[in-house]
Design a protein around this ligand. Structure first.
Ligand SMILES: [Zn+2]
Length: 258
């Protein structure tokens, strides 16, 4: 178990890495760590590339400040994830340019393009647009986070979770790389050349041993919502029923295997 100073230092380090890699710009993005009944959250309106340990805000599990400081305006998105996912210890929200391009285009990153992506990410869906910092966005995130470790947020950015903060950061960085690979493969006209099914099955079997266990979801969670590519292409995001979501996720998983 890490102490408070180490947790604050980790958040500062991850903010620095996100900014250095261009996964956030200006004051974009936010990061959090759960430590028992306490959350450590980045503050609003500062560049996360230049954080100092003292500016990290402590809140309760509802995002209410415990130390008089104001937490990120998008803290609701984080508390919504922690409420549903008991296995999540850290969350990274960023606006990586290529992955956000896929989110704007309504195109999920759900094909088995590289071994790294199959093991660390799995299928990455696009969830419907919600106004940043509102319960609407938090509900959309909560609706999909049991079926995925990383989400594309339509017309906004991406969110990644992990057993700890560094795994969430790793997923965010890998997401942007996979988006770049997918874009280049599309430009070359060969994006349909996926990993063979047998290799995908072998890699999927390695996930748990490699430290990437499947999501652990709390019962009684709210109805999920995702955006499908055809619906987005037809003129905007739609909210799907639980049955439709289960069917879509099953289809995505099947595509991943075949
Ligand atoms: Zn954002």
């Amino acid at each position: 178990m890490k102490g408070e100073l180490a947790i604050r230092a980790d958040i500062v380090e991850v903010g620095r890495r996100l900014y250095a890699k261009g996964l956030i710009g200006g004051n974009e993005g936010n990061v959090s760590v759960r430590d028992g009944r306490v959350l450590y959250v980045t503050p609003p309106a500062v560049c996360k590339g230049f954080l100092v340990p003292e500016c990290i805000v402590k809140t309760d599990l509802e995002g209410r400040p415990l130390d008089g400081q104001r937490a990120s305006t998008e803290v609701l998105m984080h508390t919504a994830v922690y409420r549903r996912r008991s296995d999540v210890g850290g969350i990274v929200h960023a606006h990586p340019p290529t992955a956000t391009g896929f989110a704007v285009a309504g195109i999920p990153l759900d094909q088995p393009l590289t071994a790294e992506a199959v093991v660390t990410l799995g299928a990455v869906p696009v969830i419907p647009y919600g106004t940043p910092s509102t319960p609407e966005l938090a509900e959309n995130v909560a609706g999909a986070i049991c079926e995925a470790q990383t989400l594309l947020l339509a017309n906004h950015g991406a969110l990644a979770v992990g057993v700890d903060l560094y795994q969430a950061w790793e997923r965010m960085e890998i997401l942007e790389r996979v988006a770049q690979v997918s874009l280049v493969a599309r430009l070359l006209g060969r994006e349909g050349r996926h990993l063979p099914a047998a290799d995908v099955a072998r890699l999927t079997g390695l996930r748990e041993r490699a430290g990437y266990p499947p999501p652990v979801c709390e019962p009684g969670a709210p109805a999920p919502a995702v955006t499908s590519e055809p619906a987005a292409a037809a003129g905007g995001p739609v909210t799907l029923s639980r049955e439709e979501l289960v069917r879509l996720v099953a289809e995505a998983v099947e595509r991943f295997r075949t």
